[in-house]
Design a binder for this molecule. Sequence first.
Ligand SMILES: *Cc1c(COP(=O)(O)O)cnc(C)c1O
Length: 367
Amino acid sequence: MISFLDLKSINNRYQKELKEACSRVIDSGWYIMGEELNLFEKEFSEYCGVRHSVGVANGLDALILTLRAWRELGKIRTGDEVIVPANTYIASILAITENGLKPVLIEPDAGTYNLNKENIIKAVTNKTRVILPVHLYGQICPMDEIVNAAKDAGLLVLEDSAQAHGASLNGIKAGAWGDASGFSFYPGKNLGALGDAGAITTNDDELIEVVRALSNYGSKEKYKNIYKGVNSRLDEIQAAMLRVKLKYLNEDIERRQEIAAFYSSEISNEYISTPKVNFKENHVWHLYVIKTAQREALQQYLSSAGISCLIHYPIPPHKQIAYKELGDIRLPITEGLHEQVLSIPIDPTMSDETVQQVVDVLNRFNP
Ligand SMILES: *Cc1c(COP(=O)(O)O)cnc(C)c1O
């Protein structure tokens, strides 16, 4: 059986260091908002090339709290429009509606699965305040163009970098392009904690202060509450786990890129198309997503060959029961993608033999 992502073997590689880090926290007697978090925030900021990061409880909160902070700062108001790709994971949309803002779903590019400047510009109205690009599957969006379009139209940019730690464009990493960015450290993400965790990155000194307060009951100083905040913090144990794993993130990215390059050059089947990438450094391959018009047959075939696959995502947000009000929008590219995409195993601990085996099986597919 070839698993989709073997979290146990991923974390086993650092077992000794993870256990030491865990013991260090237990022995410290300090479990929330301490030295591990301070150091992780510093190290993650350095990694991303930004001035600040704030650890929060998960990636969804990172997005929610950034938009909330812009509301508190008077930069956006209830009912304002946020441009977001229609084929994203539901979390990007939830962060928008949770803040009383209106998601404007736009079509992605069918080759890269990411949004492009042309579609953004077409969607801008006088109510648009934010562009929320999602670096889907680990590939950074064309941020140079997007940031310029946002500047021209006076819009804020919030990157959803939950799948793209370390992806870069023109030497600038995901998380450092927008006015702010949300990251997830969900265990299955490329930089994964051993539980839930997330972070916000930004170069904006004012924003970071507000986000930090909002995540801690709306308080900068204990028992003095400036905002009606929430409790969304990254705890010391998870910060300590992430500090261990951050050191090895680049190695993992390189291995993912190696596997993806092999897939892209070796998968050769008229029924399957492989993803489009501009430059190697643009993509950190959180997921390797192929397209096929014969998806059901391919899934069955792979499953009988012992290869696990997943669909990211089977139902687009505007077709979810939770978003009945968006159900009438027609998004043919997005809907087509949701019928055709299939994610095949990509995991930094996969052996060359396993990768070859996946390729051989895919190349023999003949529905
Ligand atoms: C995982 C993910 C999130 C949410 O992160 P959580 O830590 O699970 O809350 C947001 N956006 C995208 C694109 C994601 O993949």
